[in-house]
Design a protein around this ligand. Structure first.
Ligand code: DGJ
Length: 697
């Protein structure tokens, strides 16, 4: 709810208050646990350290325009080439209009001299303790060039310490959790690779260094953007902490002619009083209810990649499909290699017609076969890239990003297409539309991107520098069109593993591929990091033979692999055609179990009980929405005689509720399960258990 009183705006959610003061500009006064926001008038006063450091309130600006006075990260910087000729600056923006209803607040700023408007929006999601912010700039005057463009900045209350948790990664090692204690100065996480990127994910959580999984106050933010982004943390010498997020300053400008407008991505800010666990549960619910398209559940899929690589001949795929169907797989997905002359990663990318040698009777015949086995069908594409050795590239060498007179950079033997070109965008929409309308039974697309953007801009002209932004914009437009044209098709976002996971793509994607590392043990780290900010219902996890494209072989029992992969949307990636009947039976049993419990995993409340990063026990609990079903996945990597096995303490149960644990005779109270805990019985190397619990009253 939004209230206004004497220039104070109070954005209150179920458990939080966000208060700022509006005069000519917006000054943050408070963000945190719920208070009587109207009290804060006593904070409205001038603050200065000395005549050398004037107006310290500017450090708490809600959206700092580049003016003569600001020295922190600026949110909007505009260059006025035409008007500058008159020897004027036109830097100042003043609030011209305020619109408020119960859930949305907008401030329309106008440049003092030019007809340039910036509208700041606050959307309050009361139930989730989340406030979404974004900005739109509209130019009604002479041409201007936008140079810095941020969605928002927020101020954190004064704390004794500022610990930031954030995810870093690399190929096959995504979503690793980091802790950083801010010191005076600034820290920036960003992507300059034209996609969300594996190196940093656009999400953070911040606390005073004492918050834990179950307790403590946590402030968090996620930027919904799949292009070049930036989140900067600044701690000033006066102990003000400001976080600014939006489009990366790197190589960015955007020219706006008269009548044109430009929008930032949305940045979501939230607050939890229940530690990091509370934050994640809030986000999982928010994503399920407000961001991701609704569906009953994610289907159990089979993916061919780790079993057959590029060799996706119809016969071998049929053998896999037979086995997959018999195991209870619901969706059979052919990965890379089904098109053009794509027999390895050196050729064929871009030639989106079915390879007749691999599918002599056509793709539709194969899809019919999969359907006759009772499974749905899905297929892999990578529309943003092209191999130099392809018909597409030979016909359109000018469609890729390149610098004049310089060989473009190749990654995985491919170039990136400039999808902001009208003809390239149309080509992608046309071939995807053809593929999906000629094969109406394709109900799943895995959209990959195996090379980040290079050779995009030489940093000289604004037109060049706009391409980073335009690539992400074109991508969203293509996905939006395809979603409209083919509402029955689900989309999985993949980028050489997990380089495209963010709340921007999740407006269009139903699920994401978090990493090419499918080792069940390493996945515990990746999936745990992922779970801090993203819901289990969007996390695809395969049970495979090995991992990291067979760079290393791993010895893990299949039960361990399944338990690790059941914690999201289950998939199978092993070469099941080679399995003995016994192994196939074991897979069938696990898949059957998963189907019984998947709604609780995908849409229930998740509790991280014990972390592989800190303990020999890794355990994650899920409680169904009606609180009747409780599931715990427990893992341990190896027994040590010198160490006692930790107990498993459950969380989120009703203290006086009575619970039945599968395989145990006694019913146990919630308080006992939470305070005394369970002995896990885990023993030996890579042991795991799925504990199924029912609340009986
Ligand atoms: C990278 C993806 O992450 C893999 O799952 C697979 O689809 C390959 N690309 C195919 O080239």
């Amino acid at each position: 709810m939004i209230t206004q009183n004497k220039g104070l705006f109070h954005l209150s959610t179920k458990h939080s208050s966000y208060v700022f003061y509006s005069n000519d500009w917006l000054q943050n006064l408070y963000w945190g646990s719920k208070i009587h926001g109207e009290d804060l008038t006593y904070l409205i006063k001038k603050r200065e350290h000395s005549s050398f450091d004037q107006n310290l309130n500017l450090e708490r600006d809600e959206y700092s325009f580049w003016t003569g006075a600001s020295y922190l990260e600026s949110c909007l910087k505009v260059n006025y080439p035409e008007i500058r000729k008159l020897d004027m600056t036109f830097l100042e923006f003043k609030i011209m209009q305020v619109n408020k209803d119960l859930e949305r607040l907008t401030f329309c700023y106008k440049n003092s001299f030019s007809d340039l408007y910036a509208t700041l929006t606050y959307d309050v999601y009361e139930e989730y303790d989340i406030i979404a912010r974004y900005v739109e700039v509209l130019n009604e005057g002479e041409e201007v060039i936008i140079e810095n463009f941020k969605s928002a900045s927020v101020s954190i209350p004064k704390l004794s310490d500022y610990r930031v948790k954030y995810l870093t990664g690399k190929w096959a090692g995504e979503s690793q959790m980091n802790d950083l204690h801010l010191t005076t100065g600034s820290f920036t996480m960003q992507s300059r690779s034209g996609n969300t990127g594996p190196h940093f994910n656009p999400a953070f959580a911040l606390d005073n260094g004492t918050a834990e999984e179950k307790t403590g106050e946590v402030w968090f933010g996620l930027l919904g953007y799949s292009g070049n982004w930036q989140i900067t943390f600044e701690k000033t010498i006066y102990n003000n902490v400001k976080i600014t997020g939006g489009i990366s300053n790197f190589d960015f400008t955007y020219t706006l002619s008269k009548g044109e407008s430009l929008k930032t991505p949305v940045m979501y800010f939230g607050f939890s009083r229940e530690g990091y666990g509370g934050m994640s549960r809030t986000l999982h619910t928010f994503e399920a209810e407000q961001i991701i398209r609704k569906r009953e559940y994610g289907r159990v899929l089979y993916n061919s990649w780790e079993a057959t690589g590029f060799q996706v001949q119809a016969d071998s795929q049929k053998a896999l499909a037979d086995r997959a169907a018999a195991m209870g797989v619901e969706l059979f997905v052919i990965d890379d290699g089904w098109f053009g002359s794509r027999n390895n990663d050196k050729a064929g990318l871009g030639d989106w017609y079915v390879n007749q040698e691999k599918f002599p009777k056509g793709l539709s015949d194969f899809i019919r076969y999969v359907k006759s086995l009772g499974m749905d069908f899905g297929i892999w594409v990578e529309p943003e890239a092209v191999n130099p050795d392809s018909d597409l590239y030979r016909a359109h060498p000018d469609w890729i990003y390149r610098f004049k007179g310089q060989e473009p950079y190749q990654g995985r033997n491919q170039y990136t297409l400039n999808i902001s070109k009208r003809e390239v965008k149309e080509f992608i929409l046309d071939f995807m539309t053809k593929l999906l309308s000629e094969n109406k039974d394709i109900t799943f697309i895995k959209w990959d991107m195996n090379k980040s953007l290079t050779d995009v801009s030489q940093g000289k002209t604004s037109e060049d520098k706009e391409l980073w932004y335009k690539h992400a914009k074109a991508l969203y437009e293509i996905w939006e069109t395809l979603r409209e044209r083919f509402p029955q098709v689900e989309f999985e976002a993949c980028a050489g593993g997990g380089s495209r996971v963010d709340l921007g793509i999740l407006k269009y994607a139903d699920q994401c591929w978090p990493s090419d590392n499918t080792d069940a043990y390493e996945r515990l780290f990746i999936q745990e990091g992922f779970s801090y900010f993203y819901a289990p219902s969007i996390m695809t996890c395969w049970v495979t033979d090995a991992s990291s494209n067979n760079l290393r072989k791993y010895e893990r029992p299949y039960s361990y692999r399944f338990h690790s992969s059941m914690m999201g949307v289950l998939g199978i990636g092993a070469d099941i055609s080679k399995f003995s009947e016994d192994t196939a039976d074991e897979f069938r049993e696990h898949i059957k179990t998963y189907k019984e419990i998947r709604k609780t995993i995908q849409f229930g409340k998740q509790y991280r009980l014990s972390s592989v990063r800190e303990s020999s026990l890794h355990a994650v609990e899920y409680i169904s929405r009606d609180e009747k079903e409780i599931l715990v996945f427990a893992f341990h990597q190896g027994s040590q005689f010198g160490k006692a096995e930790p107990n498993l303490y459950l969380n989120g149960l009703k203290e006086d509720g009575l619970y039945n644990i599968e395989g145990m005779e006694e019913n146990i109270h919630g308080s006992t399960l939470m305070k005394v805990g369970l002995e896990t019985g885990l023993w030996g190397d890579f042991d795991s258990r799925l504990i199924r619990i029912t609340k009986i009253n």
